[in-house]
Design a binder for this molecule. Structure first.
Ligand code: HEC
Length: 99
């Protein structure tokens, strides 16, 4: 019974975030080729975003941490992303809502 839950989660996600959510963040993810190293659910060069979401589950600072990492490259010299805080937040939300 995995599928109905996934659909329910996706619908809940859309309902919560409304239409402003998709656009810019999705564009950034496509433009920066995050998918070269990440997918939502499988480990490639980088961890799956579902595993990142799991790691940060229940942590209030998760979004800020990811925004900061994407801005500065973090301690592991991750790919930097030049975008507004609002857009990076939306990217972080996509990562954190992966399952
Ligand atoms: C060249 C490969 C590569 C690309 C491109 C890449 N990543 Fe990563 N990413 C990694 C690796 C490797 C790690 C694990 C080590 C680290 O944290 O830097 C990681 C870790 C992460 C994490 C987890 C950080 C944490 O605190 O656990 C997030 C979130 C993330 N990436 C998001 C993104 C996003 C969003 C993009 C596109 C804008 C992106 N990555 C593009 C390789 C990549």
């Amino acid at each position: 019974m995995k599928l109905p839950f996934a659909i329910a989660a996706a619908v809940a996600c859309l309902a919560l975030n409304g239409t402003a959510f998709a656009g810019a963040a999705e564009d950034i993810i496509a433009k920066e080729k995050c998918s070269k190293c990440h997918t939502a659910t499988t480990t490639k060069k980088g961890p799956s975003w579902a595993s990142v979401a799991e790691k940060y589950k229940g942590k209030a600072e998760a979004e800020a941490k990811i925004v900061d990492m994407l801005k500065t490259g973090g301690k592991d010299d991750h790919n930097k992303v030049a975008a507004s805080d609002a857009d990076l937040k939306a990217v972080a939300q996509i990562v954190l809502s992966s399952k």
